[in-house]
Write a protein that binds this ligand. Structure first.
Ligand SMILES: *Cc1c(COP(=O)(O)O)cnc(C)c1O
Length: 417
């Protein structure tokens, strides 16, 4: 028998984590359904993953980079922790300067994903940091803090952590975060995601300006997740740095995952302005220190692939893919509206957030939809208590299947004409 040892070896915050029940529960309900409906042709509109393959420009660039790696004159070993200059220059130029936003290459940190950056960024903050998140929310922001012991205790009844401030997003405010929902609390760090996962809504210029002003007035930091920026087609901020003063209070996360189908390739970046300082320390220098200690950079092949996204051909090709997904979103959104559903999102995001019919709970609707149409979506309650009574459909599927799903939904839930 081995000894238990010191009773304080383990990070006990993990014991407080509620099970990651959402996707496991969805999978088990599908299995159960298929047992009784083995011939059913299930359509999955629950996925938060892209389905279109890599664009030709990216594939070509990756092949070329592999050839370079196979030649002793062009072989690359470890690269710079923060990313190759060629990629940071391209990001600065194409994603920012071209749009009149000043972000320098040394404010850009290339990484293997926004999920890890969103989760790891909390290492820059103290144990006392007070955080605020939207409800409903992308769970990474909450869980990373909870695992670090900064969320307090989880209350199963309310579905909330004792030390986190929740910004309620609901029907009254159109599922858009408003500073008023802080109800006077002044958080140190505020997570915002726009276009939003799961609600598909997008924050406008005036609202984002309010958040930036509030952060600067109180010395708070905004952690801005722009993973779905490429889906914006209206007049909305794509970057928080379009807002004056954001360079003093904001960090921005961007990813090639949804933009260029890189969910399996893995490449993202985080912008930390040099003018962002707290308690006399530069967050840009701190993140440089953190990354050089805990991270060894993104593969050369991957960064060459990401660079190809910015070529003229690359831009044309990715915009075709985005257009494809946006058309799916339109089909879902308009189709649901025709059936009489109340819907949010889907115009500047690949997600459609719908109100369940007849006051069903999110899970009741999940089951009803599955049983009657074979369509799978994601229960809104899985993203927080405010998501109860709502449901997320994703536009990342195949267009023909999406059309079939909507016509099945229409024949079951549609208003008879
Ligand atoms: C998909 C997604 C990301 C991107 O994650 P990667 O790790 O870069 O693939 C970030 N934030 C949100 C809200 C997402 O849905």
């Amino acid at each position: 028998m081995s000894k238990e040892g010191n009773s304080n070896i383990i990070n006990r915050n993990y014991a407080k984590m509620p099970g990651s029940y959402l996707f496991a529960e969805i999978a088990s309900r599908i299995t159960e359904y298929l047992k009784f409906n083995p011939k059913s042709d299930i359509i999955r509109l629950g996925i938060g993953d892209v389905t279109r393959p890599l664009i030709p420009s990216v594939v070509l660039a990756m092949h070329k980079a592999v050839d370079e790696m196979s030649d002793n004159t062009t072989f690359k070993g470890y690269g710079p922790e923060n990313g190759y200059e060629f990629l940071r220059n391209a990001i600065s130029e194409n994603d920012y300067k071209k749009h009149g936003v000043s972000v320098e290459p040394d404010e850009i940190f290339v990484s293997d994903g926004s999920k890890c950056d969103c989760a790891n960024i909390i290492e820059l903050f103290s144990d006392e940091v007070k955080i605020a998140v939207c409800d409903p929310v992308y769970p990474v922001y909450v869980d990373s803090n909870a695992m670090a012991g900064r969320a307090g205790d989880f209350d199963i009844k309310t579905g909330r952590w004792s030390k986190i401030t929740y910004i309620n997003c609901n029907e009254e405010n159109g599922f858009l975060p408003s500073p008023e929902e802080l109800k006077g609390e002044i958080p140190d760090a505020i997570y915002l995601c726009s276009p939003n996962n799961p609600t598909g809504t997008v924050i406008g210029y005036d609202e984002l300006e309010k958040w930036v002003n509030l952060a600067n007035k109180n010395g708070s930091i905004i952690l801005f997740d722009g993973a779905y920026e490429a889906f914006i087609s209206g007049d909305y901020p794509r970057s928080i740095f379009e807002i004056k003063g954001a360079e003093k209070c904001a960090v921005e996360f961007r990813s090639f995952s949804k933009t260029a189908g890189f969910t399996g390739v893995r490449c993202a970046y985080t912008v930390i302005p040099k003018s962002l300082t707290k308690n006399g320390m530069s967050l840009n220098s701190m993140w440089t220190r953190r990354q050089s200690t805990s991270f060894n950079g993104v593969p050369y092949i991957t960064q060459k692939a990401a660079l190809a996204v910015y070529s003229e051909e690359g831009q044309k090709e990715i915009s075709e893919n985005i257009k494809y997904y946006k058309e799916n979103a339109r089909i879902i959104r308009e189709g649901l509206k025709d059936c009489g559903f109340t819907v949010y999102g889907g115009e500047n995001a690949p997600y459609i957030w719908l109100k369940t019919p007849n006051s069903m709970s999110s899970w009741e609707f999940f089951q009803d939809l599955l049983d009657r149409t074979g369509v799978v979506g994601t229960p809104g309650s899985g993203f927080g208590p405010m998501g109860e009574g709502y449901f997320r459909l994703s536009a990342f599927g195949d267009v023909e299947k999406t059309k079939t799903a909507i016509s099945r939904i229409n024949s079951v839930y549609g208003i008879p004409k």
